[in-house]
Write a protein that binds this ligand. Structure first.
Ligand SMILES: [Zn+2]
Ligand SMILES: [Zn+2]
Ligand SMILES: [Zn+2]
Length: 182
């Protein structure tokens, strides 16, 4: 008896704001929605930049072949064995998905409203912010760039940046900034 395995990804449907509609858009199309029931925003099953599918449930396929008189092949897969992690960047083109680019847009919008820091500083901060959203080599140095922003701007603006970071940044960044997600 031999056993072959391979991993295949289902397609996920996720709304612009990052709510997961379904992780089985292909196999169970009835679970798809045109708009998000939680926030009303449009939903995606593919990257808006390049059209690559959004990876959903990880299906661990295995084929069991028994060498009896007649070859008997059983193909089966394990489903939903891992908790689903929402992807941040497209595996096809590397662009941030809408639920991540939304945070980047929001950050840039907040920056524009602040007049206590120079345009030069704003440009540095704009470059640093995306590094705080995913596990990458630059997140620590980028956190140091952002940290003064939370103390130098007025308290309302600092609160707005903190709220955004708590929603978007990875755990390691929040630890460095002494922020907790709740
Ligand atoms: Zn939503
Ligand atoms: Zn599945
Ligand atoms: Zn893409």
């Amino acid at each position: 008896m031999s056993r072959y395995r391979n991993i295949q990804y289902e397609t996920a449907q996720i709304c612009e704001d990052g709510h997961v509609i379904t992780i089985h858009a292909k196999g169970e199309p009835a679970t798809c929605r045109e708009s998000c029931p939680k926030c009303g925003r449009p939903t995606f099953t593919a990257c808006p930049s390049c059209g690559a599918f959004i990876p959903g449930c990880e299906h661990d396929y295995y084929t069991i072949k028994t060498n009896c008189d007649t070859d008997h092949v059983v193909s089966h897969f394990d489903c939903c064995t891992k908790s689903y992690e929402i992807p941040k960047y497209c595996h096809g083109c590397g662009e941030p998905y809408p639920w991540i680019s939304g945070y980047i847009d929001e950050f840039n919008l907040l920056l524009e409203k602040i007049d206590t820091i120079s345009d030069e500083q704003k440009e540095i901060l704009k470059k640093s912010f995306p590094d705080l959203l995913s596990d990458n080599v630059h997140y620590a140095s980028s956190t140091l760039e952002i940290a003064p922003l939370l103390s130098e701007v007025g308290s309302i603006a600092a609160g707005a940046f903190q709220t955004l970071l708590k929603k978007a940044a990875i755990d390691e960044v929040l630890q460095l900034l002494n922020l907790s997600r709740t």
